[in-house]
Design a protein around this ligand. Structure first.
Ligand SMILES: C[S@@+](CC[C@H](N)C(=O)[O-])C[C@H]1O[C@@H](n2cnc3c(N)ncnc32)[C@H](O)[C@@H]1O
Length: 310
């Protein structure tokens, strides 16, 4: 079993700090992190944040982004997952607001990934919001990108060329297709297997896709706004080292527990690439469940599902 410590260490498998990222990040050495992935507060008055003016919010975000750029390795990436600031049915897309901070550092935007999901608040004065974005930046042009590790199943895997010099050969990549910049991944609502008491946690499969494609084994992954530890759990589950901080004691202790379970192979997660449930086609889902059941049995012991909802 790996180790989880509270203060920065380059020996530990995970560092989870119960404090503010603005202080903690200063203890991380320059260029030591291969991936920063986070979902910061959106300044919408959740219980873990104080709503402020957009100018103040921008300044605070700038402080932490500046530090994240300092600690980022030359072949590393920053993924800032963010939604909208909403007031009086008017929205401000926060990725547009914050883009200039990353631009100031001359980071290169590789994708603006659209994360779409099926559930959320029903709006009455505008269309209901069903996506958020992930801005993926690299520090240089020489960056880690392991596309093969995150390919998704082809729609027609056995399709072959029917003419030309490659006639009869498979026409699509047998390893699967590029997952594109539109990601259809269920958000963590009450019936999700990963649900805890946190109001807006990441699905682990979303972070896993970034961890697998943008880092190599043993690399360091940092989340300044860790919440209940989805990033550190995704990192250690995939043999990377995870580091993060969380100011709320109740989320911090869940983060430690989930990361520990992920290290031990006991954290129940929604598997990557599991098809979205389609009530019109339940057979596809059933086939997938049967196929995965055997794999799951070897991965997890008989511990009850880690649902921490009160
Ligand atoms: C949008 S949530 C992130 C949830 C996370 N992605 C997860 O999967 O659990 C933002 C988190 O940042 C935490 N937070 C707010 N200000 C912070 C700070 N200065 N330092 C560390 N964490 C902070 C909040 O308590 C909240 O849990």
């Amino acid at each position: 079993m790996g180790s989880i410590v509270n203060k920065y260490s380059d020996k530990a498998d995970a560092v989870i700090n119960n404090g503010s990222c603005y202080d903690f990040v200063k203890t991380i050495p320059d260029q030591s992190v291969k991936l920063v992935v986070t979902s910061p507060p959106y300044n919408i008055g959740k219980k873990y944040e104080k709503k402020s003016s957009l100018k103040e919010y921008y300044n605070k975000q700038e402080q932490i982004i500046d530090e994240c750029v300092r600690i980022l390795a030359d072949d590393g990436s920053i993924c800032w997952q963010i939604g909208n600031f909403v007031e009086n049915a008017e929205i401000v897309p926060l990725d547009i607001l914050l883009y200039s901070i990353f631009q100031k550092h001359d980071l290169k935007l590789r994708n603006r990934i659209i994360w779409q999901f099926g559930h959320g608040l029903h709006a009455s004065k505008r269309f209901s919001g069903r996506y958020e974005s992930i801005l993926w930046f690299t520090k240089t042009d020489n960056y880690i990108f392991n596309l093969d590790s995150v390919r998704i199943p082809q729609k027609y895997p056995s399709k072959r060329y029917f003419k030309g010099p490659r006639i009869g050969e498979l026409s699509c990549n047998p390893l699967g297709k590029n997952p594109s910049d539109i990601w259809d991944i269920p958000n963590v609502k009450n019936n999700h297997v990963e649900k805890t008491i946190h109001p807006c946690q990441f699905p682990i499969e979303l972070v896993e896709r970034l961890v697998l494609s943008l880092t190599n084994e043993n690399d360091l992954v940092f989340d300044p706004f860790l919440g209940v530890g989805s990033t550190t759990a995704a990192a250690v589950k995939n043999r990377r080292r995870g580091i993060g901080c969380e100011i709320m004691e109740e989320y911090y202790s869940i983060a430690v527990e989930r990361t520990k379970r992920a290290m031990e192979g006991r954290l129940k997660t929604r598997p990557m690439n599991k098809p979205i449930y389609d009530p019109k086609n339940p057979k596809i889902n059933l086939e997938y469940e049967l196929e995965k059941a055997t794999e799951q049995l070897t991965l997890f012991d008989k511990t009850p599902i880690y649902g921490m909802t009160k």
